[in-house]
Design a protein around this ligand. Structure first.
Ligand SMILES: Cc1nc(C(=O)O)sc1CCOP(=O)(O)O
Ligand SMILES: C=C1C=NC(C(F)(F)F)=NC1=N
Ligand SMILES: [Mg+2]
Length: 538
């Protein structure tokens, strides 16, 4: 007899006979998928007559029994009863859950399609006797589901639904993500999706076309199995679990390595920053390229130590930014993200949220306003209050930066008089069904400060050029070192140079020149123990 509490949701195949490649059948695809790691099967055939559907169901049921994998029937409760399937999956427009439970009894599995928070509230109200698991989606656009009534929600949307499951105390309910999931985005979804309290992560991934439409469904299943079991998403060097403290020794090695490898830093950034960013990059012994020519992105990302700086103050089309992200993520090279004006306009908000849904960033850097918005903390707290004075409420900045770091699994930097840096990468690891490293508040964090530098806010691209500095140092580390410390080194170097330049300059014009000179000098001398900015752990 099936034990409902022992179901393995990790790789959940949902069938669809309308996309079978030539020479394959529904049964052959399901069998080879079961042989290669699928742990749960749902028969979902929307255009099949009942007689054929039952014949298919009996054949698939025999296969599932052979592999001791439960069989779920989509929508058709009558067929599930007729063949004594292990459960049913119903959508929002199908038979109500209470009625399905009445027909199936307490021991069968009932799954529900969920895309909104109010649906989570409903399932929580039904209690453990109602829904056993939910399909959260769709995560990304998909052609498989005809006339979808929901918009793609991205990993952020799935995490919000996990939060809702937590806040409504529906701890019995298991979760799978579904919709447009494929090897190129599954590691990122598994890595990023978690409840903000860190107590809940996904129980599995559900796919239709990645397996059903594959001419080699066995290989497709095997690939997915390996990604899920790997439990690591190595999208950049230096993703080791947090161990030692930041040190001058680390900083010195990081600077020296940047000099040695001279990383290529591709800037896709706003026109104002381009020239200054290129000069900063050169002063840091690295080689800038300001390319927005999509066909060459692939080649650039293959250059050793290539790094991408994505600054959305740019006018480059969304598709160009998306392509650059995909290429650098695929090349496992770091991307530094500067979501300029994150929520200043709805256009920018949408653009930046789309990029956050489609890419994994090694570092996200923003000013107080941008970080508070990214953490959804700008409501109320920011209205009528300028970023600067909020900056003086350092605890709010720390809280927001931790939320951003945790939510996007990145090293988050919040710039202000005191720069806050938080390591949300969790060592590049994820764990199904086990929660994730204790939530945002537990993350390692430092503050870098060098006192007031008022002139810093009076030049263009001072923030953007911190992005260039971070990209240079992050681009040169090897996987023996630590991404977080490389970012701390960059922020410390930049702030120290800013402080020196502000004392040497005669106004904002000469400040820019003095800043490049100071960066060049500190970088060349490479004595982090003398840098004026100091790093304190929080
Ligand atoms: C069956 C289904 N339900 C969805 C939901 O969002 O509830 S999306 C979907 C289709 C997923 O197919 P593919 O893996 O080929 O993208
Ligand atoms: C519409 C659906 C949404 N989610 C799921 C699953 F992932 F299996 F939970 N199956 C469906 N048929
Ligand atoms: Mg349905």
């Amino acid at each position: 007899m099936l034990d409902k509490n022992k179901v393995d949701y990790s790789l959940y195949l949902v069938t669809d006979s309308t996309m079978l490649p030539p020479g394959t059948t529904l049964e052959s695809q399901v069998e080879v998928a079961l042989q290669n790691g699928v742990t749960l099967v749902q028969l979902r055939e929307k255009e099949t007559d009942t007689k054929v559907f039952i014949e298919q169901a009996l054949k698939v049921q025999k296969l599932c029994h052979k592999f001791q994998v439960p069989l779920i029937i989509n929508d058709r409760v009558d067929v599930a009863l007729a063949i004594d399937a292990d459960g049913v999956h119903v959508g929002q427009d199908d038979m109500p859950i209470k009625m399905v439970r009445q027909l199936l009894g307490p021991d069968k599995i009932i799954g529900w399609s969920v895309g909104h928070e109010h649906e989570v509230e409903q399932l929580a109200a039904m209690g453990p006797g109602g829904v056993d698991y939910v399909g959260l989606g769709m995560v990304y656009p998909t052609l498989t589901k005809k006339n979808p009534k929901k918009a793609p929600m991205g990993p952020r949307g799935v995490s919000k639904l996990l939060d809702k499951l937590q806040s409504t105390k529906a701890e019995w309910c298991r979760t799978v993500a579904i919709g447009g999931l494929h090897p190129d985005n599954i590691p990122r979804v598994l890595y990023q999706v978690a409840s903000s309290d860190g107590k809940r992560t996904l129980d599995g991934i559900s796919v239709v076309s990645d397996i059903m439409a594959s001419p080699d469904a066995g290989n497709a299943a095997q690939t997915l199995r390996a990604l899920i079991d790997d439990a690591r998403f190595q999208y950049a060097e230096g993703l080791s679990p947090f161990t030692k403290e930041y040190s001058f020794e680390f900083a010195r090695k990081c600077v020296q390595q940047t000099t040695e490898v001279s990383p290529l830093v591709q800037h896709i950034t706003n026109k104002v920053h381009q020239n200054f960013g290129a000069n900063i990059t050169l002063a840091l012994g690295s080689s800038p390229i300001m390319s927005e020519v999509e066909p060459e992105f692939e080649e650039l990302s293959q250059v050793p130590h290539a790094t991408l700086l994505l600054n959305t103050g740019t006018v480059a089309p969304f598709s160009t930014l998306l392509h650059a992200m995909r290429v650098y993520n695929a090349a496992r090279r770091p991307i530094v993200f500067d979501p300029v004006g994150y929520s200043a306009t709805s256009t920018r908000l949408e653009l930046n949220n789309q990029l956050l849904a489609y890419g994994q960033f090694a570092c996200i850097k923003g000013n107080v306003g941008e970080i508070l918005s990214l953490a959804d903390l700008n409501k109320g707290k920011m209205r009528g209050v300028d970023a600067g004075s909020v900056g003086s409420d350092i605890s709010l900045c720390v809280e927001a930066t931790k939320i951003v770091a945790y939510r996007y699994r990145t090293v988050a930097v919040c710039t202000g008089q005191q720069d806050v840096i938080v390591d949300g990468t969790c060592g590049g690891t994820f764990r199904l069904s086990e929660g994730s490293a204790g939530g945002a508040s537990a993350l390692p964090a430092v503050i870098v400060e060098a006192g007031e530098i008022p002139v810093m806010g009076k030049i263009t691209a001072s923030g953007c050029s911190l992005g260039s500095t971070i990209a240079c140092l992050v681009g040169s580390i090897s996987d023996k070192q630590h991404l977080f410390h490389a970012v701390v080194t960059a922020v410390c170097l930049y702030k120290s140079a800013g402080k020196i330049a502000s004392e040497r300059c005669h106004g904002s014009g000469s400040f820019q020149v003095e800043l490049i000179d100071a960066l060049d000098q500190l970088f060349t001398e490479n004595h982090p123990e003398n840098w004026v900015a100091n790093v304190s752990r929080i």
